[in-house]
Design a protein around this ligand. Structure first.
Ligand code: ZN
Length: 204
C-alpha cells in the first residue's frame, strides 16, 4: 500500500480515537492532528519496509596487512542512538546501542561504520520489543558480514513505564545478543566491556 493511501485510511481512524477519548476532533488545535499523527506513525514504523541487508550490502575488504588472520581484534562502535516504539503500548523507548564484531579471518570483510547506525535505525523504526531488536541487529550483522563473532548491547528507557506512572524514571533496561566467538570465549566480552569503560572515561 502506498504511503498516501495509508495516510488516507489512518486519519479517520485516529479522528475516531480522539472522539472516543472525549475530545472534540474539530477544535482548532486538533483539526489536523489525525493527519499529523498518521504521518508520525508511518515514520515511526518505516523500518518495516526496509531491509537491514541494504546498508550491510556495502562492505569493504581489509588488506592482508591490515589484520592478521588469527586475530581476535574487534571493531567496536558505541553509543549509537535510537528511538523505537514499544509494541505493547505504542509508546516510545529510546537509548543507546553498542556493537562489536570480529571480522572473519578468511573474508576480512568489514562494513562502513555509519552503516551500523543505519542497521539500528532499520530495526528501531518498527513496532518493537527491546529484546527482539537486540537479537535482530546481531543476526543481521552475523548473516551479512559472517564475522567470527558479534555482540550487541542495548540500553533502553521505556516511556510506557515512565508515562503510565510506573514511576521508574531512573531505571534502564539492558539487553544483550551474542553470536559466534562471543558465545564461546568469555574473555572477548570482558575485553568489550573494558573498551566501553575506557570510552566512557575518555573525552573525545
Ligand atoms: Zn511498553
Amino acid at each position: 500500500m502506498e504511503r498516501n493511501e495509508k495516510l488516507e485510511r489512518l486519519a479517520p481512524l485516529l479522528r475516531e480515537v480522539l472522539a472516543v477519548l472525549g475530545e472534540d476532533p474539530e477544535r482548532e488545535g486538533l483539526r489536523r492532528t489525525p493527519e499529523r499523527w498518521a504521518d508520525a506513525l508511518l515514520t515511526y514504523t518505516q523500518g518495516m519496509q526496509q531491509d537491514a541487508g541494504d546498508p550491510l550490502g556495502v562492505i569493504f575488504k581489509l588488506d592482508d596487512d591490515d589484520s592478521p588472520a588469527e586475530s581476535d581484534d574487534m571493531i567496536l562502535v558505541d553509543h549509537i542512538q535510537f528511538v523505537s516504539t514499544c509494541e505493547h503500548h505504542i509508546a516510545p523507548f529510546r537509548g543507546m546501542v553498542h556493537i562489536a564484531y570480529i571480522p572473519n579471518p578468511e573474508q576480512r570483510v568489514v562494513t562502513g561504520l555509519s552503516k551500523l547506525s543505519r542497521v539500528v535505525s532499520v530495526f528501531a523504526r518498527r513496532l518493537q520489543l527491546q529484546e527482539r531488536m537486540t537479537q535482530q541487529i546481531a543476526s543481521a550483522i552475523d548473516e551479512h558480514l559472517h564475522p567470527q563473532g558479534v555482540i550487541v548491547v542495548v540500553q533502553g528507557v521505556h516511556y510506557c513505564m515512565i508515562q503510565r506512572g510506573v514511576e521508574q524514571r531512573e531505571s534502564t533496561t539492558t539487553t544483550t545478543a551474542r553470536r559466534g566467538a562471543f558465545l564461546t570465549k568469555p574473555q572477548l566480552e570482558a575485553k568489550f566491556q573494558e573498551y566501553l569503560r575506557l570510552r566512557m572515561a575518555t573525552q573525545l
